[in-house]
Design a protein around this ligand. Structure first.
Ligand code: PLP
Length: 391
């Protein structure tokens, strides 16, 4: 396996060594079932309890409000379907055009089942217009589902204002916080959020584990109907090693929240140097309300995929859209929703840092990227906005 400069942490993160250390005994020594009556299972149950407390602490929630899931996608599906099943008379959903496919594709599916969905638009900076939300809300709105921060641009939405508005109409408020958890301090005690999704592999836990926060008293129905695990909110024998890993990752994330400026400084240095040294570059999305680790930069007149492949040759990993949509040459639905011109839509790269990112790595990227861009620009048939006609 080749070493790389990994700047694709919004796609997934490296598993922390301490997390591996915490979870391993639950794959080897302590393999009991946490629901068993015997002592061997009971000690595993205690580890699950500790993990639940660790995740709750990161969110400023009660341990009883945490439901373990398999991933962020499951959390989003469970939250939205729970809100609909618990309020069978309400047939309206509000979400945004820039959600992750875990929400967007579920909503499209629900439209085919007779639900009405309002997809709130964003402006050129990726921001929502709350007047549009006000106009869409009715007493028939079962759920408002809005992401905390966008995975592609890092733009953060005004979550508490949205929550206040949803409450006035009696709608359940779900937040996909997969990208915000561990990067922004959260406190469910003072929040309007009813349901919140998080995913382990974005916070240095392994893939295959996540959690859903369910505010005490929120009407809820399980997505996975089965045994009484998770207090009847999610059937299925627990992924104990994954849960222990998520607990440890949450504890570490809470600790490292105090140092997110490390990522922010490196991100700002990377972004500013690129903007200053490479002509025809722009930052996509509102840079004042943004995750500390993310920058999405448009390199005009060249293809993002060509930039990615060239960077890959130097061992630099980034992304040209969300991991789920890359592999197709379709421009990102998020950048399209922002109405960006063709020349930026096709040449945008997301760099997403982590607590492991070093100054040396950023220096290396800053050495390599200008060379790549100038070489690709020489080869490009486009060098001005005349290319807009290609839209
Ligand atoms: N929501 C957002 C905002 C994401 O960025 C992702 C993953 O990229 C997901 C949901 C899905 O999470 P998972 O990969 O754990 O299913």
């Amino acid at each position: 396996m080749r070493d790389c400069i990994y700047l694709d942490n919004n796609a997934t993160t490296k598993v922390d060594e301490e997390v591996i250390g915490a979870m391993l005994p639950y794959l080897t020594l302590y393999y009991g079932n946490p629901s068993s009556m015997h002592h061997f299972g009971g000690q595993v149950g205690k580890a699950v309890k500790t993990a639940r407390e660790q995740v709750a602490s990161l969110l400023g929630a009660e341990a009883s409000e945490i439901v373990f899931t398999s991933c962020g996608t499951e959390g989003d599906n469970a939250a939205i379907r729970a809100a609909l099943t618990a309020q069978p008379k309400k047939k309206h959903i509000i979400t945004t055009e820039v959600e992750h496919p875990a929400v967007l594709n579920l909503c499209k599916n629900l439209e085919r089942q007779g639900y009405t969905v309002t997809y709130l638009s964003v402006n050129g900076k990726g921001q929502l217009d709350l007047d549009e939300l006000e106009a869409a809300l009715t007493g028939n709105t079962a759920i408002v589902s809005v992401m905390y921060a966008n995975n592609e641009t890092g733009v953060v939405f005004p979550i508490e204002q949205i929550g206040q508005m949803a409450k006035e109409y009696g709608a359940i408020f779900h937040v996909d916080a997969v990208q915000a958890v561990g990067k922004i301090p959260l406190n469910m005690k003072t929040s309007t959020i009813d349901l919140l999704t998080l995913s382990g592999h974005k916070i240095h836990a392994p893939k295959g584990i996540g959690a859903l926060y369910v505010r005490k008293g929120t009407r809820f129905r399980p997505l996975l109907i089965g045994g009484h695990q998770e207090r009847g909110r999610r059937g299925g024998t627990e992924n104990v090693a994954g849960i222990v890993a998520l607990g440890k990752a949450a504890e570490l994330a809470e600790y490292h929240l105090a140092n997110v400026e490390h990522e922010q400084h490196l991100r700002d240095y990377l972004e500013q140097t690129i903007l200053t040294n490479i002509p025809n570059t722009v930052v996509n999305g509102d840079s004042s309300q943004r995750l500390p680790n993310t920058t999405n930069i448009g390199f005009k007149y060249i293809e993002g995929e060509a930039i990615l492949l060239s960077m890959d040759k130097y061992g630099i990993c980034a992304s040209s859209g969300s991991a789920c949509t890359s592999g197709s040459l379709e421009p990102s639905h998020v950048l399209r929703a922002m109405g960006l011109p063709y020349s930026i839509l096709h040449g945008s790269i997301r760099f997403s840092l982590s607590r492991y990112t070093t100054k040396e790595e950023i220096e290396r990227v800053l050495e390599v990227v200008p060379e790549i861009i100038s070489r690709l620009r020489e080869l490009s048939p486009f060098n001005s906005d005349d290319a807009e006609w290609l839209v």
